[in-house]
Design a protein around this ligand. Structure first.
Ligand code: HEM
Length: 402
């Protein structure tokens, strides 16, 4: 295999798929940099790891969340994404009462009401950074709505999401940044506590009310668990959705024939979105920690190792997908792994799909074509994420000559 691959290598950042393809053939269980992390790149080992939380733990990851300077526990520490069975099952059983497919489908009119003026703005401006002008405001409004925040706070959701996601990487010496982060976290906490109190006294037809009322065998979420879940929604639901919308638009801009095919019949949008999720999954791979020495594909992974089952590679595994390196919006959907597998399967999957579908259903009839240079894409910096962080794009309105 030669030198140890580095996921932060600029060539790999720009396009990780050739590396994944090579690893699937030559070293499907392999150690890479940074941090000597272990990558699993074949469908078989990826699904095995995600199905075996007793061997590949999520709770052991919470050690990385410890930040002494915060003055209290990390807001995600008591949340479900850093929990293993049996605790995970209890939390998941409670929160999924607020995340039923019906409850998420009920958000469609709200999503449409956000998308429509955003699309009008795009077509008036014509040359925009699609991420700033469309993806961010849409994703933050939806998360703001789920958190029960007042509309005027929706604009702050993006900053809060960034703060929570970046908290563990603030240097112990950077006291100024620590102070900023502490202030932002306390500010958000205060708003969320206000919402929780209000819904306890006067429930509404919304997510926070459903979370407050959820019971399994008479037991409810504690205040800390509730807050932790609301903080988790920021991290789990913001950048992922931004990147999905951005990747969908980038692929359409680079493939005018797919744009025309989709525009000719917007009933094809859900299938297109599934192929975007397969071909460019926003989360390249969740992280786990090996609880003991585990042998996979003849390779020993030591106890305590950081492991990434790379779903983005499994979704192109030649043993499972025909011609997986080709973007084919007419293929029968095979993207479930993009939302994880097993007990931590994404709770927001129907919502992410809904946002992408409504965005394209509203945009396509009003837009005759897309332009812009492909070299101008700036990629997301987060290690496990892939998608545009900046996407300059030109939109040609349908009612004007292109
Ligand atoms: C395209 C958008 C999205 C993608 C690609 C995505 C992907 C994922 C993945 C891969 C996981 C599994 C993580 C693991 O195994 O450790 C996950 C979990 C989760 N996602 Fe999403 N997600 C998206 C959008 C959302 C949205 C919009 C929400 C909510 C508003 C959300 C809420 C969650 C939650 C709460 C979990 C944790 C579930 C658990 O630990 O049991 N996600 N997501």
């Amino acid at each position: 295999m030669g030198e140890r691959p580095n996921l932060l290598d600029p060539e790999v950042r720009a396009n990780p798929y050739p590396l994944y393809a090579r690893l699937r053939q030559e070293a499907p269980v392999c150690q890479v940099d940074p941090r000597g992390m272990w990558l699993l790149t074949r469908h078989e080992e990826v699904t095995f790891a995600l199905k075996h939380p007793e061997l590949f733990s999520s709770s052991a990851l919470s050690r990385a969340l410890e930040v002494g300077w915060l003055g209290r526990a990390h807001p995600l520490a008591s949340g479900m994404s850093f929990a293993d069975p049996p605790r995970h099952g209890r939390l998941r059983g409670l929160v999924q009462q607020a995340f039923t497919p019906a409850a998420l489908a009920g958000l469609e009119p709200f999503v449409r009401s956000v998308v429509e003026p955003l699309v009008t703005n795009l077509l008036e401006r014509r040359q925009v950074d699609f991420i700033q002008e469309f993806c961010m405001p849409l994703a933050s409004s939806v998360i703001g709505q789920l958190l029960g925040l007042d509309t005027f706070l929706f604009k702050r959701v993006k900053r809060w999401a960034e703060v929570v996601a970046a908290m563990s990487s603030v240097s112990p010496q950077d006291t100024a940044r620590q102070e900023q982060v502490r202030t932002s976290v306390e500010e958000l906490r205060a708003y969320l506590e206000e919402v929780i109190d209000a819904r306890r006294h006067q429930p509404r037809e919304d997510t926070v009310s459903a979370l407050v009322q959820a019971r399994v065998e008479g037991e409810a979420l504690t205040q800390e668990e509730l807050l932790s879940f609301l903080f988790l929604l920021l991290v789990a639901g913001m950048e992922t959705t931004v990147v999905l919308l951005g990747s969908a638009m980038r692929l359409l801009r680079e493939r005018p024939e797919v744009f025309s095919w989709l525009r000719a019949d917007t009933g094809r949008v859900p299938r297109f979105v599934e192929e975007v999720l397969r071909y460019e999954p926003p989360v390249q791979g969740p992280l786990r920690v090996a609880t003991q020495e585990v042998e996979l594909a003849g390779v020993r992974i030591p106890a305590g190792a950081l492991v990434m089952p790379v779903v983005a590679s499994a979704l192109r595994d030649e043993q499972h997908v025909t011609d997986g390196e080709r973007f084919d919006p007419e293929r029968d959907g095979y993207s479930l792994l993009a939302f994880g597998h097993g007990i931590h399967f994404c709770l927001g999957a129907p919502l992410a799909r809904l946002e992408a579908r409504v965005a394209l259903e509203v945009l396509l009839p009003q837009c005759a074509g897309l332009g812009g240079e492909s070299e101008q894409v700036v990629w997301s910096k987060a290690l496990a994420m892939r998608g545009p962080a900046v996407l300059p794009i030109e939109l040609f309105p349908a009612n004007q000559p292109t």
